[in-house]
Design a protein around this ligand. Structure first.
Ligand code: MG
Length: 385
């Protein structure tokens, strides 16, 4: 396999699964953008044939640190080279953000299955991803816990008998808050996710519920269901990872601990095979009760925004994704208030002229435009913070 984005939360857990099953997995290519010490440790342990880094300077540093001969690349080229490295059967895309689009498409076109944790890829370029998978006769296997759950609930059933896909959402750290109260929240409050331990950007997306918005669009592309057939229910305990509601009245759910190694391992085995794992298991008796409630669509406008952008299609979801990414990072850097994250995204969307059936170039162009426009809005807004 290739692991792009190997030093992040999903990347490290992917390597942990690979480490637990050395007879089944060989890591041939890895990449990282920061955390070079971690990357060097990974290379020393797994001895990949290719290592991708951010720039030339990093490339030289990594080459000097490795005692064996290894091919090194950098930038987007490095990601693409890693994702389609010769001999790779499965590329794990654990990148954060829209930078994951091109490597996914190239891997799929080359006939390599992609285990996808990088949800921005499907949000921004869902149609292009499927074209690439068709062309390469390859598969996209979700790592995201909700989509892994849905994939598992669909096993052995007919997709045509599905009435609804139901995504569960923890509701993030601000569940139950009023819109007013959210105005003054700080970065540390938003980073305190109640159930999942994740990277910083996705944790902010969980706090705004934009993450769930992305997952709605992701589900639409993964399972070919209309937006009317995708629902969200709040489930603060993160035990039921998602459900499928069939038209005979049955509902199937997948349950487990909030441990990403479970969906990662399932994806690494192609979404087909269950292999023993030593991780802690769920104790239903100790858990007692499971709680569900409707999402608060007023306090968390990102949900309906995502439905609207998904339905609009074309370049609109790419713009939503890019503007949100810039705004979420600006919030993390304390350059933007919490409630201005979705606000900024909406303003960028309002200024966008949609391209209906975009090429990859047009998606990337819309992405770039949205980033610049979002940054402009944030700088202008700055003084009023
Ligand atoms: Mg998720």
């Amino acid at each position: 396999m290739a692991v792009i984005g190997s030093t992040g939360s999903i990347g490290m857990q992917t390597l942990e699964v690979a480490r637990a099953h050395p007879e089944d997995f060989r890591v041939l290519a890895v990449t990282a953008n920061r955390q070079m010490h971690k990357l060097i440790d990974i290379a020393l342990e797994f001895r990949p044939e290719f290592v991708g880094v951010r720039d030339e300077e990093q490339a030289n540093a990594v080459r000097a640190a490795l005692p064996y001969s290894v091919e090194i690349g950098y930038g987007v080229e490095g990601l693409i080279t890693a994702a389609a490295w010769c001999g790779v059967d499965l590329t794990v895309n654990a990148l954060v953000g829209a930078v994951g689009i091109q490597p996914t498409i190239v891997a799929l076109q080359s006939g390599i299955d992609v285990a996808l944790a990088n949800k921005e890829t499907l949000v921004a370029a869902g149609d292009l991803v499927w074209e690439a998978a068709r062309a390469g006769m390859s598969r996209v296997i979700p790592i995201d816990s909700e989509h892994s759950a849905i994939m598992q609930c669909l096993l052995g059933n007919d997709l045509a008998s599905v009435a609804k896909l139901i995504l569960t959402a923890s509701g993030g750290p601000f569940r139950g808050h009023s819109k007013e109260r959210l105005r003054t929240v700080k970065v540390a409050d938003a980073l305190a996710h109640p159930t999942w331990k994740m990277g910083a950007k996705i944790t902010i997306d969980s706090a705004t519920m934009m993450n769930k918005g992305f997952e709605i669009i992701e589900a639409h592309h993964l399972f070919h269901k209309s937006y009317d057939q995708i629902d969200v229910v709040i489930h603060p305990q993160s035990v039921v990872h998602s459900l499928v509601y069939y038209h005979d009245g049955s509902m199937m759910a997948q349950l487990g601990t909030a441990d990403m190694r479970i969906p990662i391992q399932f994806a690494l085995y192609g979404g087909q095979k269950r292999v023993f794992a030593p991780w802690p298991t769920l104790d239903l008796g100790a858990l007692g009760a499971l709680h569900f409630e409707q999402p608060d669509r007023v306090t968390f406008p990102a949900l309906d925004l995502a439905y609207a952008c998904g339905r609009a299609g074309g370049t609109v979801p790419a713009v939503m994704n890019a503007a949100n990414e810039v705004a979420a990072i600006a919030f993390l850097e304390e350059r933007l208030s919490y409630d201005a994250i979705v606000d900024t995204t909406v303003r960028v969307l309002n200024a966008h002229e949609k391209v209906a059936s975009p090429t990859l170039e047009q998606v990337l162009e819309a992405d770039k435009w949205a980033r610049l426009t979002a940054e402009e809005f944030i700088i202008k807004r700055g003084t009023s913070l």
